[in-house]
Ligand binder design. Structure first.
Ligand code: CAA
Length: 255
């Protein structure tokens, strides 16, 4: 356990809980590094056969905007690479990963859920890629993974408008596999993880790898990192961040 997350293990299931609820579990560099370490630890633990990622009160409201305020383009690139590394660890881990989403899953938070194999949402969950409001684009793989999941039309709508959607809408779009009552989220996710933990780990890992290999997103990921860091050169991005912190609407000037 550290100030960002908790890990626990029982009956072949490892659970990582983002546990900085007062800050809506936003992820700055420190939280991302803690998550990377937790994922590596769980990946190496042969007793763990299925993994749950969840958050206290909220899943994750995205990258820490206060930290991003001062980033130069090259620092933004390093930050995006770290986020991509985490999403890659989740997607390429030879174990099934389930995201159990309550509260907000926005920006980088939504992208962590998208990298998971199965998404379960409680009724209070809300999803979105609102980066456009900050003069930004998704930076942890969202442009590729949301499109893979929802198709071009819905993905463009969500990423280009930044609209936040309810759990019911996310379910009807296919962004989440299932929707449960708030108080049933943990029981249900452990039920699914328990089923996965009893299957042949080799067969589950092979199936996951082959399904992932139906989509080659490497070039899209690299292009996304480049575009994400390029946004940090713009006035619009600075205005987007200022407006968020000043709790007002941004006035974008196209420069
Ligand atoms: N980073 C830093 N602080 C954040 C934050 C974030 N992503 N999200 C919320 N907060 C902070 C707010 O600044 C506020 O802090 P103060 O109390 O100090 O003012 C506090 O959390 C509560 O937020 P609100 O007052 O706005 O609460 P709300 O209930 O009215 O709204 C919300 C909640 C819809 C999550 C809203 O805070 C919001 O829109 N947050 C921004 C979400 C966002 O844009 N995420 C994407 C970030 S960029 C990204 O993730 C890039 C990427 O792809 C990696």
């Amino acid at each position: 356990m550290n100030s960002f997350l908790k890990i626990d293990r029982k009956a072949g299931v490892g659970r990582i809980t983002l546990s900085n609820p007062d800050a809506m579990n936003v992820v700055g560099t420190g939280a991302l590094k803690a998550l990377r370490e937790a994922l590596r630890d769980i990946q190496m633990d042969s007793r763990v056969r299925a993994v749950i990622i969840t958050g206290e009160k909220h899943f994750c409201a995205g990258a820490d905007i206060k930290e991003m305020k001062t980033k130069k383009p090259e620092e933004a690139e390093a930050f995006a690479r770290l986020g991509h590394e985490i999403c890659d660890l989740i997607e390429k881990m030879g174990k099934p990963v389930i995201a159990a989403v309550c509260g907000y899953a926005l920006g980088g938070g939504c992208e962590i859920a998208l990298a998971s194999d199965i998404r379960l949402a409680s009724q209070d969950a809300k999803f979105g890629q609102p980066e456009v409001n900050l003069g930004l684009i998704p930076g942890f793989g969202g442009t590729q993974r949301l499109t893979r999941l929802l198709g071009i039309g819905r993905s463009k709508e969500l990423i280009m408008t930044g609209r936040i959607i309810t759990a019911a809408e996310a379910h009807s779009m296919g962004l989440v596999n299932d929707l449960v009552k708030n108080e049933e989220l943990l029981d249900r996710v452990y039920e699914i993880a328990g089923v996965l933990a009893q299957k042949s780990p080799i067969a589950v890992a092979e199936a996951k790898k082959l399904i992932n290999e139906t989509q080659d997103m490497e070039m899209g990921f690299e292009n996304e990192i480049a575009s994400f860091s390029k946004c940090f050169e713009t006035e619009d991005h600075k205005e987007g961040i200022r407006a968020f912190l000043e709790k007002r609407r941004p006035e974008f000037k196209n420069r």
